[in-house]
Design a protein around this ligand. Structure first.
Ligand code: SAM
Ligand code: FES
Length: 364
C-alpha cells in the first residue's frame, strides 16, 4: 500500500512537471490544466516553474531589466473603483495635480538618471484634456526623442487614444482588472463597464500601441476560476506588457478589512505568464515590494523584467496612495534609482538605460 502511495506521489509530480513543459512549448494549457498548476503546492513543481520562467526570460531579454520612470501626475479620479485609495468618493485623499512644467522637469531629472521610458499615470482626470495630454507627450518627445512615453490614464474614447498615439505616445497600460464580468461588477460600481474597458484595450491594440493588460492577485471575491479566465484572456489578447501585483487593502475603502493578495500566488503567476507570453514586458511591481521587502527581487527571479521606480516629486508621493503602506513614498528620484539598481544587480540581473520596447514592435 505504502509503495503505491509513493508511486502516486511520483506520478502526480511528473504530471505537474510535464504541464510546465507543455506550457513552455505550446504557450497555452486547458482550463483544467491551468487550474491544476494554480493550486499545486508541490515544492519541486514550484521550483521547476520558476526555473523555466527564468530560462525563457533570459532567452528573450538576457539578464536585462528595463527601467520605467513613473510620474504620477494627478490623483484626481472620476471613478469609484471599490478597491482604490484615490477613488472619487474618498474625501480623505488629499488631491493634487502636477503642472506641465512639473511633469517635464520630472522627466528631465529622470533622463539624467538614465531613464529612457516615462510612464505618465493618473486617476481618470478629465481636467487634463486631450489637448493637454498631447502637449505633454509632445514636450517629452521633443526634449527626449530617444525615450518612450507610456500612458496610464484610464479609459478614453478612440479619437483621444489616436491623438495621443499620433503625438508620440508608444505604450498604454490599462489593466483589464479581471476577465470575468461578474467579478468585475463586484469590484466596480454600476456606472463602470467591463465591456467598455475591454473595448478600450482592443482599440489601443488596433491603433498600434504596445498595450499592457493585467490584474490584481487576490482581489476581493477572486476565485481560481477567475484567474484561469485572466490567463485565457491574456493568452488570447497577447498584450505586450502584463502588470500584475497583489491586491492590498486601503483603509478608506469598503475593502478595508479584506486580506491582501498572496505574494506566492503573484510569483507563481509571473512565471506562468512568462511561459505563456515569452516576450512580454512584465514589471516586478511596487505592490509586490510593499508586501514583501524582497518582493521585487523575487518577482525578477520569477520571470519579470521591468522595474518602475518613482519619478514623482517627493511632495506629492505620499498622496498617490492606492493602498496602505506603499513603499518608496519618501525617497528622491536619485535615491530610488540607486536603491533599485542595487537590488536588481544583487538579484543577478542588470539594469539597462534603454527604451526596452517589446521585441519586434514597430510604430504603425
Ligand atoms: N486610472 C488608471 C487606470 O484606471 O488604469 C491608472 C491608475 S490605476 C490606480 C492603476 C492600477 O492600480 C489599477 O489598474 C489597479 O489594478 C491598481 N490598484 C488600484 N487599487 C489597488 C489596490 N488596492 N491594491 C493593489 N493594486 C491596486
Ligand atoms: Fe480611479 Fe483608482 S479609482 S485611479
Amino acid at each position: 500500500m505504502k509503495e503505491t502511495g509513493k508511486m502516486t506521489e511520483i506520478n502526480k509530480k511528473d504530471k505537474y512537471i510535464s504541464l510546465v513543459d507543455k506550457l513552455e512549448k505550446k504557450q497555452l494549457l486547458s482550463k483544467e490544466e491551468f487550474r491544476d498548476i494554480l493550486i499545486c503546492e508541490d515544492e519541486d513543481f514550484l521550483a521547476y516553474l520558476k526555473e523555466r520562467a527564468d530560462i525563457v526570460r533570459k532567452a528573450n531579454y538576457g539578464d536585462k531589466v528595463y527601467l520605467r520612470g513613473l510620474i504620477e501626475f494627478s490623483n484626481y479620479c472620476r471613478n469609484n473603483c471599490k478597491y482604490c485609495g484615490i477613488r472619487r468618493d474618498n474625501k480623505n485623499a488629499e488631491r493634487y495635480r502636477l503642472s506641465m512644467e512639473d511633469i517635464v522637469s520630472c522627466a528631465d531629472i529622470g533622463y539624467k538618471l538614465g531613464f529612457r521610458t516615462f510612464v505618465l499615470q493618473s486617476g481618470e482626470d478629465l481636467s487634463f484634456s486631450d489637448d493637454d495630454m498631447v502637449s505633454i507627450i509632445k514636450a517629452l518627445k521633443e526634449n527626449h526623442p530617444d525615450c518612450a512615453v507610456t500612458l496610464s490614464i484610464g479609459e478614453r474614447e478612440k479619437d483621444s487614444y489616436e491623438k495621443f498615439y499620433t503625438a508620440g505616445a508608444d505604450r498604454y497600460l490599462l489593466r483589464h482588472e479581471t476577465a470575468d464580468k461578474e467579478h468585475y461588477n463586484k469590484l466596480h460600481p454600476s456606472d463602470m463597464s467591463f465591456d467598455h474597458r475591454m473595448k478600450c484595450l482592443k482599440v489601443l491594440h488596433d491603433i498600434g500601441y504596445q498595450v499592457g493588460a493585467g490584474m490584481m492577485v487576490g482581489s476581493p471575491y477572486q476565485t481560481i476560476d477567475n484567474i484561469v479566465s485572466d490567463l485565457l484572456f491574456l493568452s488570447d489578447f497577447k498584450p505586450e506588457m502584463v502588470g500584475i501585483g497583489p491586491f492590498i487593502p486601503h483603509h478608506d475603502t469598503e475593502f478595508n478589512d479584506e486580506p491582501a493578495g498572496s505574494v506566492e500566488m503573484t510569483l507563481r503567476l509571473l512565471s506562468i505568464i512568462r511561459l505563456m507570453l515569452p516576450k512580454a514586458l512584465i514589471p516586478a511591481t511596487t505592490a509586490l515590494g510593499t508586501l514583501d521587502p524582497l518582493g521585487r527581487e523575487k518577482g525578477l527571479a520569477a520571470g519579470a523584467n521591468v522595474v518602475m521606480p518613482n519619478l514623482s516629486p517627493t511632495n506629492v508621493r505620499g498622496k498617490y496612495l492606492l493602498y496602505d503602506n506603499k513603499i518608496c513614498t519618501g525617497d528622491e528620484a536619485a535615491e530610488c534609482i540607486r536603491c533599485m539598481t542595487l537590488r536588481v544587480e544583487k538579484a543577478g540581473y542588470h539594469v539597462v538605460n534603454e527604451r526596452g520596447d517589446f521585441a519586434g514592435w514597430e510604430r504603425k
